[in-house]
Design a protein around this ligand. Structure first.
Ligand code: FE
Length: 214
């Protein structure tokens, strides 16, 4: 079986949000899709390891915010590679409550959903959500997962449905510094020893102390 066939499926980059006893929580989801149009129903796959998973279970509602190619990459670092168990991802992320759910700033559209069904897999729950509110927030080109990988050099979180260790090739020829938090790899022109003290990871926003030589 050639599992690289799975890489030929296409995905988007979304922030899936919910409430944790009144506090906003969220994580990155790449597997979200429309299932029916009347009533509008979508499905999203969330790892049971994600804190947001528990919150969706408890709250019974979730929202999907569609990110664009020009959305701040730090949103992906913050929501995709940090955990709400120990990080308030919304501390530095402005949001509005739309359709009774938190919608982080920076997306181009949102769908607020009520959970109407779910399917358990070995690692993930596929939540089926009936759309209770949705709107387009601004113009912009929806970010695809391929764009995230190719243009932003983004990595796959181990909690993503599409994670496969073999799909994260090492850049063996160059000196590469990797962010321990989000997996971003820096192989640019500035030698690591000379990175400025205020260096921050362009994906997750963490400082240079979180970078190590690969
Ligand atoms: Fe990072």
């Amino acid at each position: 079986m050639n599992q690289t066939a799975l890489f030929k499926l296409s995905y988007g980059v979304y922030i899936c949000t919910s409430w944790d006893e009144g506090n906003p929580v969220g994580c990155i989801a790449n597997s979200a899709m429309q299932i029916t149009s009347d009533p509008a129903t979508v499905a999203v796959s969330i790892s049971r390891n994600n804190y947001t998973h528990k919150c969706i279970e408890d709250c019974g509602h979730f929202a999907i915010t569609v990110l664009a190619e020009d959305s701040d990459p730090k949103l992906i670092g913050r929501f995709g590679f940090l955990s709400a168990r120990d990080t308030d991802k919304f501390a530095e992320t402005a949001y509005e409550v739309r359709g009774k759910l938190p919608v982080p700033e920076g997306g181009i559209a949102y769908l607020s959903c009520k959970v109407v069904g779910k399917m358990e897999t070995s690692t993930h729950t596929v939540f089926l959500g009936e759309v209770t509110d949705c709107d387009v927030l601004r113009s912009g080109k929806p970010m695809t997962y391929a764009y995230y990988h190719e243009a932003l050099k983004g990595k796959t979180s181990v909690n993503a449905p599409t994670f496969a260790a073999a799909s994260e090739p090492a850049d063996a020829q160059k000196e590469v510094w990797v962010c321990d938090i989000c997996g971003y790899e820096y192989d640019g022109d500035i030698p690591f020893e000379e990175l400025p003290d205020d260096w921050v990871c362009p994906l997750c926003g963490m400082g240079k102390e979180y970078f190590r030589k690969k």
